[in-house]
Design a protein around this ligand. Structure first.
Ligand code: SAH
Length: 207
């Protein structure tokens, strides 16, 4: 498939990521008006002023996770559910949180219809899901002003968090938790990126 060829050319080599992205129908995660652009490498608007990440970003974050099937993964920022579906297609056990009720209400049934089986939560990703942790992997798909410490606490020792950190523009960080102390992390930097901001508290859209 054209999109997957493009991703390999961009340097994505994780077979599980490429296979998952070949399988997941991205056009079904978009408004019908935009679905003709689904397989171009671009971010597109979804509801609530949010965006579906561009395919190369989804592939890059998924590859940085370095995950094995059956691992427990926490995703912050369900959005359209596309990244969620890719993680499910990689064979991971996915727990995903979205703070906008309107998106949660659309995306949860969408994933069910497509037979992906993540556990979807409406909540504030900053708090994570302590009752379901600890997680092998954590992926954050919105720009965090700083590394969310509460989430690091929900990561297993040896686990990996992939998170864009910064204000208007962010830097992609891959954080390996090397021990139980707050300073026990190894941080690797993977260049600039652009995500919608990670915000606090729930958004019920005035309903
Ligand atoms: N992975 C998604 C990306 C959507 S954009 C996709 O490919 O479609 C990022 C999402 O993060 C938005 O839907 C936004 O509402 C959500 N978000 C922002 N701050 C959050 C928080 N604190 N907790 C949970 N979700 C959050």
């Amino acid at each position: 498939m054209e999109m997957v060829r493009h991703l390999s050319e961009k340097g994505i080599s994780d077979r599980r990521v490429l296979d998952a992205m070949a399988e997941v129908p991205r056009h079904l995660f978009l408004e019908t008006m935009l679905d003709y652009m689904a397989y171009e490498d671009r971010a597109l608007p979804i509801k609530c002023g949010q965006t579906i990440s561009q395919p190369s970003t989804v592939a890059f974050q998924s590859e940085l996770l370095d995950a094995e099937p059956e691992m427990k993964v926490l995703e912050v920022g369900t959005g359209s559910g596309y990244q969620t579906a890719v993680l499910c297609a990689m064979g991971l056990r996915v727990f995903t949180i979205e703070r906008q009720k309107e998106l949660y209400d659309i995306t949860k049934p969408r994933l069910e219809r497509l037979h992906y089986r993540p556990k979807c939560f409406l909540g504030d990703g900053y708090r994570g899901l302590p009752e379901y942790g600890p997680f092998d992997r954590i992926i954050i798909t919105c720009g965090a002003p700083a590394v969310p410490e509460e989430l690091l606490a929900q990561l297993k020792v040896g686990g990996v968090m992939v998170v864009p950190v910064g204000g208007e523009h962010q830097e992609m960080l891959r954080i390996v938790k090397t021990g139980d102390g707050p300073a026990d992390t190894l941080r690797q930097r993977y260049g600039d990126c652009n995500f919608v901001p990670m915000l606090e508290k729930l958004d019920y859209g005035g309903k």
